[in-house]
Design a protein. Structure first.
Lengths: 645, 100
């Protein structure tokens, strides 16, 4: 490696060390030590990534960094996979987000989880997650990425079911794991196809192969891209595999912030951006990505309109925002998608952490209908939450404005379907703005609807991350605006649209802000203090309201169409094929053989001495015949030599 | 000169007589005598082959067999007397329980 030492392997390994220490010894260590280990590990990773970023910024390091002698992992026949990392603008951005936001959420967790008796287990899992996530981002080949991909799924499962004593939480963990398996199956098929068609799994080599044959489009590339997309829809909770994410809210709130909002669920977007050279060659797959994204965005946003659990509103909002990112990828505006990924990580982590602060302050209350009037009691939470709401709704100059705008603008300019995507995106923005301000009004303004609970502001270990994330939500947008495209260009290529900036973009931006303001206005009319219009609206449109309240009955439909038949099939296989036919049959066969053998052999044991003797003589005779057979019947005939005198 | 095969045939005949006697006779003492007959049939072939190969091993072997047969006869007769005292019979068909 030329230039300064980068300590790349230590970025994932430090959290792994933290996981090992806390996981093995955590139960015996005093709490401050557990905290120190749990915080130092991600801080160390963040410091290493920060140093990388500084080296790049100061010009001491040229991207992309390619390790020439990465240690080999698998080397069988034609298959060569190594532990190589890839550091380019894309992974560096992602690493900064993952370790930075990850560290902040670790700090927040110290306050949020301080009363939990499994404190050490929590930090062990959280560090494990960070290990796999950084591995996923840094991986230089698809297989290593898949290891990280599965690993974050595992960590997600462990953390959703962290309070496993609650059946709901344990079930939610299983649901997340199983739904992700479906997506991972697609991803795995994609990996096999990549290996079969390219003979390598390294991103750089695949890209080089593709670059060498510019005419190669569609066909198998479409299949591969669709397979990868299926993997991405599982991990990133897109239609039709989004169902696990709302249930995942059963986990601790910082987990929802870190894994189910800021980092893990964006892995699908990252994966598509990382393998963009495949998607670029397949217009069909790109259209599918865009359609999935747009459909998910509006679908989840409509469900989010009527949810009453503060975390569920945010969960559907996350799904919706991820839909935006997919839409961005689908119109080849990868840098816009990654930009939105970054800003979303800031403001959505902030939203979740603020919601966690509210839940913590109210002693575990998550129902929006029982909140209200928290503005005075939790001022810091209120102001940071306000920043996040403005950011996600897309108000100037907050972060969401710039990134969402970039995606919508790219969608508007992309082909014939682009206008439809843009319109869907814009309408989703209206919904987003509405449900976020609805949450804001219900939780913070008006009068308290459960006066018996005495809300209190959270401790500074929780508020500190909130303030930092609020600043990032405020500034993250205009820092990246206009620069993001150029910065990410070496990784994901330049989108022709982003290069040009003209009046159209300003008009569209203005329109987007107007739409967001309209959403705020509607929320104000419906949910301001003393307003009863919301209930009236719900009763006058009871059909659609029920449809949304029950989340389009998707869980029920999946339950009836997929889960129930699958369970019936599994039960049939278990009870009749495995239990009855295989295990039962085997036992019956063994017992039958023994019984039959015994019945036959007991005839022999007559106790009659002469019958024994007869058997003995017969046996001896048979042996004799056997020994003499070659002489008696063989070619020798009876050529026994008679020695004579 | 008597051919060697005659000796062997005689030995086989003795042995077969012993086997048949062992299988068909009821009286334990007769069964016992049949065993002796088989032993002596085998002894005869040992001697025959020893003579044929001009080796003394077979002859020595016969002495061993005779010693063991003598010891066996004394133990066997003692057992037979014990059985007769216990059961009052020497018919092998009756002695088919492994206990008294």
């Amino acid at each position: 490696m030329n230039g300064p030492l980068l300590f790349l392997p230590f970025i994932p390994l430090l959290p792994f060390l933290g996981f090992l220490l806390n996981g093995v010894l955590g139960g015996k260590l005093p709490k401050p030590v557990v905290t120190a280990i749990g915080l130092l590990a991600p801080l160390g990773s963040f410091a290493l990534v920060g140093r990388l970023a500084y080296l790049v910024w100061s010009g001491a390091l040229a991207l992309p960094v390619v390790e020439p002698n990465a240690p080999a992992w698998i080397s069988v026949g034609n298959l060569h996979v190594d532990f190589g990392s890839v550091i380019d603008p894309l992974s560096l951005t992602m690493l900064l987000v993952v370790t930075g936001v990850g560290f902040l959420i670790h700090v927040y967790s110290v306050g949020y989880m301080h009363e939990d008796k499994s404190y050490w287990r929590y930090f062990a899992y959280l560090n494990l997650f960070l290990f796999f996530m950084t591995l996923l981002v840094q991986a230089g080949n698809v297989l290593l990425m898949f290891v990280g991909w599965e690993g974050v799924g595992l960590a997600s499962y462990l953390l959703i079911g962290f309070w496993y004593q609650k059946t709901v939480a344990a079930d939610a963990g299983k649901k997340a794991f199983i739904v992700n398996r479906i997506g991972d199956f697609g991803f795995l098929i994609g990996i096999f196809l990549l290996l079969a068609n390219f003979g390598t799994l390294t991103f750089r080599e695949i890209a080089a192969t593709l670059a060498a044959s510019p005419g190669w489009t569609g066909g198998i590339l479409t299949t591969i891209a669709i397979c990868l997309l299926i993997g991405a829809t599982g991990k990133s909770a897109q239609l039709p595999l989004y169902v696990w994410l709302p249930d995942a809210m059963e986990g601790p709130t910082p987990v929802s912030a870190l894994i189910h909002a800021a980092t893990m669920v964006t892995a699908g977007v990252y994966m598509i951006a990382r393998t963009h050279f495949l998607f670029d060659r397949s217009p069909v797959a790109m259209t599918v990505v865009a359609i999935v994204g747009a459909a998910t965005a509006i679908f989840a946003a409509t469900i989010g309109l009527v949810q009453t659990d503060i975390k569920r509103v945010l969960a559907y909002s996350t799904i919706s925002q991820l839909g935006y990112m997919f839409l961005g990828c689908g119109v080849a505006a990868y840098s816009a998608a990654i930009f939105h990924l970054m800003t979303h990580a800031f403001f959505k982590a902030l939203l979740f952490l603020a919601a966690g602060s509210v839940i913590h302050g109210l002693g575990g209350e998550q129902d929006l209908r029982r909140m209200g009037g928290l503005r005075k009691k939790m001022p810091v939470t209120f102001w940071t939450m306000t920043t996040a709401v403005l950011a996600i709704a897309g108000f100037f100059p907050f972060a969401g404005f710039f990134s969402k705008d970039a995606i919508l603008y790219a969608a508007f300019l992309s082909g014939t379907n682009g206008k439809i995507f843009w319109a869907v995106g814009l309408f989703t923005e209206l919904l987003t703005s509405f449900y976020m301000f609805r949450l804001w009004y219900l939780a913070f303004l008006g009068k308290s609807r459960s006066p018996e609970v005495h809300a209190h502001e959270s401790s500074w270990s929780m508020l500190g991350p909130l303030v930092i994330l609020a600043l990032l939500s405020l500034c993250g947008g205009w820092i990246g605006a206009g620069r993001m495209g150029a910065w990410l260009a070496p990784s994901v290529g330049t989108h022709t649209v982003e290069a040009a900036s003209n009046h159209l973009e300003w008009i569209l931006s203005g329109l987007a802000v107007l739409v967001a303001a309209l959403g705020w206005l509607i929320a104000h009319v419906l949910y301001r203090e003393g307003s009863t219009s919301a209930e009236k609206l719900a009763t006058s449109f009871s059909g659609p309201y029920k449809l949304l309240l029950h989340k389009y009955w998707v869980d029920e439909i999946y339950g009836a169409v997929i889960v129930k038949p699958l369970q019936a099939l599994s039960r049939f296989v278990l009870e009749w094929v495995v239990e009855y036919a295989i295990l039962g049959g085997l036992a019956w066969l063994l017992a039958g053989t023994a019984t039959f053998g015994g019945a036959v052999l007991q005839r022999w044991q007559s106790g009659n001495l002469r019958s024994y003797a007869a058997w003995l003589a017969m046996g001896a005779a048979v042996l004799l015949v056997f020994a003499l057979a070659p002489y008696l019947f063989g070619s020798h005939g009876l050529s026994m030599k008679w020695a004579g005198w | 000169m008597i051919p060697i095969s005659w000796y062997l045939l005689l030995s086989a005949a003795l042995f077969c007589l012993g086997v048949v006697g062992f299988l068909i006779k009821r009286n334990v003492i007769t069964v016992f005598m049949s065993i002796e007959l088989m032993l002596n049939g085998v002894n005869l072939s040992f001697v025959t082959f020893a003579h044929m190969w001009h080796k003394v091993n077979g002859q020595i072997f016969v002495f061993f067999v005779m010693v063991v047969a003598a010891a066996e006869a004394s133990v066997g007769l003692a057992i037979i007397i014990a059985i007769f005292r216990a059961r009052g019979t020497l018919a092998v068909d009756r002695i088919d329980l492994m206990k008294l």
